[in-house]
Design a protein around this ligand. Structure first.
Ligand code: XMP
Length: 510
């Protein structure tokens, strides 16, 4: 696979993945690399450009992260952002100072005639987030932009193609930030724009064909975006040599299992075996109220059912997994405290008889996975699917799970989702779903007393699900949803809307 590469050197800043995604949005492939490996990686990859990210340190701190001098001498254009700008100035002989207060937020900025700012309005707004600032520029550098409080808001040595910005062009609040990244890539690094999802699919299918030949491949299929796109991509290369096992635990959303089979076994012509194991799962969950026990039981049962089905297929050569780039980056970092033991298919490698794992999406961000999905002809219902927990509705039914409760929840959830989608609000919401609480309350219907379930509606906005806010859905939409639910779903007489952010709540109720 031949495409140009930009190396994004990670100094631990909060926007690092965002920088990498912005570069990719401009059709240039980039790789996020820890600062300690930058020099080695540049030597190996021969990138067309390098970007230094921000980071929480001061360049004068005892163990301040830095890069080998070889990085500056490689003759490759560099763009330093925030800490990356200060580091470049300091390493090349300039000096950095600490301001008495942190400068944070939108600032008016004046850009000069520099290739980094070519074709842009010279008076604009940028986004600052720093305490230290560059006080004396290294030799050969000139100021390229200023704000009232930060004279060296950008500086450059055009002859050596070294550029630095104190502000953050990658964040949406920086008005012409995207243009700055585009200028760096196309005017300074002479990018060809060869990273497109069409090219990716073509190259991957070619590489997979060569690797797989007529060997056997197996995929655990959950219906989620990543595993669905990974399997469809491998199917292009392996055809019927790919077998997918779809474990239907009976805890999916309304008619979702049928939809999965219709799209993948039907439209896409893939070899998908549906293991209908809902009886097994539901009987194992009988009377279980603890969320963590539900997760453990479902995780263990999933493995059991998968193993049973995999045995019928026998030995395979490859196992496909839908690992994506943020998983690869995160797996290198420290894990934090366990709030919920999120069940996924991580346990599979131990129980399947295979030689090697294939992860065709391990270089892609989520938005790229979605584009690949469209390239492969998958419908929006699959490609835009919101995150859905592995244990499914079991952790959205508070208390013990029964078939009746699943049925009530599926109907309520279906109405809520449909109304949000029809009014256009869904596209700005990260996750939206219903929860069946274990509270019953008194109501009155047709002059009669009722004593029925309370359901909660949950809709949150988020960037990555780590934190979130509750979505401000218009009242008239909530009103319509409420009236449809009580009219159409028996056994429900009260509806509440969850208005808690995360933290302190979590997205799911269990
Ligand atoms: P919480 O509830 O922890 O959810 O704020 C964060 C994200 O994780 C999803 N989630 C799960 N996903 N297995 C999964 O595969 C689980 O057990 C699980 N619990 C929560 C949740 O839907 C949200 O996207």
């Amino acid at each position: 696979m031949s495409h140009q590469t930009v190396i994004v050197v990670d100094f631990g800043g909060q926007y690092n993945q965002l920088i990498a995604r912005k570069v990719r949005e401009h059709n240039v492939y980039c790789k996020l690399v820890p600062y300690s490996q930058a020099a080695k990686e540049i030597e190996m990859t021969a990138p067309i450009g390098v970007i230094f990210t921000g980071g929480p340190n001061s360049v004068y701190a005892p163990n301040a992260p830095k890069v080998d001098d070889a990085v500056y001498d490689a003759g490759v254009p560099i763009l330093g952002i925030c800490y990356g700008a200060q580091l470049m100035a300091y390493a090349l002989g300039g000096s950095v100072k600490s301001a008495p207060v942190r400068e944070y937020g939108r600032r008016d900025i004046r850009y000069s005639d520099n290739s980094l700012f070519s074709g842009m309005d010279k008076e604009s707004t940028c986004w600052m987030s720093h305490t230290d600032y560059v006080d004396i520029l290294p030799e050969g550098f000139e100021i390229a932009a200023s704000t009232d409080s930060c004279p060296a808001a950008a500086f450059a040595d055009e002859s050596r193609k070294l550029y630095a910005v104190q502000f953050h062009p990658e964040v949406a609040h920086c008005l012409q930030g995207s243009k700055i990244i585009e200028n760096f890539l196309y005017k300074i690094c002479n990018a060809a724009g060869d990273w497109t999802m069409g090219n990716f699919v073509r190259d991957q299918v070619c590489a997979l064909k060569e690797k797989i030949g007529d060997k056997k491949v197996l995929c655990a299929f959950s219906g989620g975006v990543d595993s669905a796109v990974a399997a469809t991509l491998v199917h292009r290369a392996a055809g019927d040599n790919l077998s997918c096992i779809f474990v239907d635990h009976g805890l999916l959303r309304y008619r979702e299992a049928d939809e999965v089979m219709r799209v993948f076994a039907g439209d896409m012509g893939m070899n998908v075996v549906k293991a209908d194991a809902s009886d097994d799962f539901i009987s194992k969950l009988e009377g279980v109220r603890s969320p963590e026990r539900k997760r453990k039981i479902i995780g263990a049962e999933f493995i059991k059912v998968f193993e049973r089905e995999a045995k019928k297929i026998g030995k395979v050569d490859y196992l496909v997994q839908g690992t994506i780039y943020p998983d690869v980056i995160e797996s290198g970092k420290d894990k934090s405290a366990v709030i919920k033991s999120h069940h996924n298919v991580g346990g599979l490698p131990d129980i399947v008889d295979f030689d090697e794992i294939i992860e065709p999406l391990r270089d892609l961000f989520k938005d790229e996975v979605r584009k690949v999905g469209y390239e492969l002809g998958l419908p929006a219902s699959v490609v835009e699917r919101q995150p859905f927990p592995g244990p499914g509705l079991a952790i959205r039914i508070i208390g013990a799970v029964t078939r009746d409760k699943i049925d009530i929840l599926q109907r309520v959830d279906c109405i809520f989702r449909k109304e949000l989608e029809d009014c256009g609000a869904a596209k700005d919401i990260w996750q939206y779903f219903a929860v069946l609480t274990n509270t019953k309350s008194v109501g009155v219907m047709g002059d009669k007393r009722t004593y029925e379930y309370t359901v909660a509606l949950r809709a949150v906005t988020a960037v990555d699900g780590m934190t979130c806010d509750w979505a401000h859905i218009p009242y008239d939409v909530l009103s319509k949803v409420s009236s449809r639910i009580v009219n159409e779903v028996p056994r429900v007489n009260r509806i509440v809307y969850d208005i808690t952010s995360k933290p302190p709540a979590t997205i799911e109720w269990e």
